[in-house]
Design a protein around this ligand. Structure first.
Ligand code: PGA
Ligand code: ZN
Length: 416
């Protein structure tokens, strides 16, 4: 036994931001205690690691008692006594214990909760802040804030899921947050004027969910809000189409039915008309040809992000690298299920010229692990929703605390 050997592991359920249960795990080692809570997506990729749910009557099937039991009865005995600082060995032990390719046996939610809690405990044992423990970069990311919600995150007719603002010219992270908050509130005033109070109900990620049906209308309003604040030179736009959600039998329903070629032409037209710098999940998760085509057509000047396409999985990223699909990956630790694998896929991106954007999930908690992860990996980009709702602001507030603590040692990422 080392003096940082794991001596205790507990797990319990907590509620996520949509009111569904999720797992919180706590790991004790060397007298240090660390906890972590895992998030949960709605527009999930089919190749994501398995989120284990009870599928019985409790919580309409969403209970996590089996996953919790897997932590206490299976995982705990297997990793007890291991050095909590040896993240790779701990994660490997859990992978071996699970024995499936997609964590279907123990559940990626069970495994990730323990994986992240181990990192927190190890950071404490090492007397380091989490970001300093996780990596040696000190880069504050540009926040991509989803200010108008659509798709499966909102009850409106917007097919495109996320309309984001990215303050790429901000000189500091705190300044970036201020700019986004100001634009968010100007947008709120514009929407109230046009739709009254129902126009400013918010969606799952804290962005407004107004009764709009076209992305152009949403982008026009956002551009207006940016201009009213005088941020036209420093703030750009980004989209997450989450196109799997409006794809049926080879066609995309976006107002009317589009072929792949028509959808690509539509993105080209949007990119010509608006200051868009990044488009995520432009095509459905199995439409590799679509991703290859848009990367070829727009990849030189736009970031083309794979989320449901790659699901933070190195094997799928490899296929993307080989085939020229996308030039960036969305990094969601719970899509793959261990911290080690999430960090490896980020490294693989760096080695192959792919950018990385660290991401929350639409169902999230106030755990801000991804804030520290983004700084430590130096990804330069994070998306964590609007500057609204506690589980979203938890990430941004943590990043501001990190920036203040780092002082002159922090560099603000610039994407210009
Ligand atoms: P999800 O949405 O968490 O519901 O998957 C976020 C995204 O698609 O990026
Ligand atoms: Zn996405």
């Amino acid at each position: 036994m080392t003096d940082v050997a794991i001596t205790d592991i507990t797990a319990r359920w907590v509620l996520d931001s949509r009111g569904n249960p999720t797992i919180a795990a706590t790991v004790t080692a060397g007298g240090c205690v660390g906890s972590a809570m895992v998030p949960s997506g709605a527009s999930t990729g089919t190749r994501e690691a398995v989120e284990l749910r009870d599928n019985d009557s409790a919580f309409h099937g969403k209970g996590v008692t089996r996953a919790i039991a897997n932590v206490t009865d299976e995982i705990a005995p297997a990793i007890m006594g291991m050095d909590v600082r040896d993240q790779q060995a701990v994660d490997r032990a859990m992978l071996e214990l699970d024995g499936t390719g997609n964590k279907a046996s123990l559940g990626a939610n069970a495994i990730l909760a323990v994986s992240l809690a181990c990192a927190r405990t190890a950071a404490r044992c090492s007397s380091l802040e989490l970001y300093a423990y996780l990596g040696d970069k000190r880069v504050m990311p540009v926040p991509y804030m989803n200010v108008i919600n659509g798709g499966e995150h909102a009850g409106n007719d917007l097919a495109i899921q996320e309309h984001m603002i990215a303050p790429v010219g901000a000189q500091s992270f705190a300044r970036a947050v201020q700019m986004c908050s100001e634009v968010y509130h100007t947008l709120k005033a514009l929407l109230t004027r046009r739709y009254g109070s129902p126009g400013v109900n918010v969606g799952d990620e804290g962005g407004f969910a107004p009764p709009l049906s076209s992305t152009e209308e949403a982008l026009d309003l956002i551009v207006k809000a940016i201009e009213k604040n005088g941020y036209g030179d420093e703030m750009t736009l980004a989209l997450d189409a989450a196109a799997t959600s409006f794809y049926r039998r080879g066609r995309y329903e976006l107002g009317r039915w589009h072929t792949r070629e028509e959808l690509l032409a539509y993105y080209e037209q949007l990119a010509d008309s608006y200051p868009i710098i990044s488009v995520e999940d432009a095509f459905a998760e199995n439409d590799w040809e679509g991703f290859i085509a848009i990367t070829e057509a727009l990849g030189d000047h736009l970031q083309i992000v794979g989320d449901d396409l790659f699901v933070t999985n190195e094997a799928l990223l490899s296929r993307g690298i080989e085939r020229g699909a996308c030039n960036a990956l969305l990094l969601k630790p719970n899509q793959i299920g261990t911290l080690t694998e999430a960090m490896q896929v980020a490294q693989r991106c760096r080695d192959n010229g792919y950018r990385v954007m660290v991401s929350h999930r639409s169902g999230d908690t106030c755990d801000a692990f991804i804030a520290d992860l983004a700084v430590a990996l130096g990804t330069g980009q994070i998306k964590a929703g609007a500057p609204c709702r506690g589980e979203r602001t938890a990430k941004y507030n943590r990043l501001m605390a990190i920036e203040e603590e780092l002082g002159g040692d922090a560099t603000m990422a610039s994407l210009r």
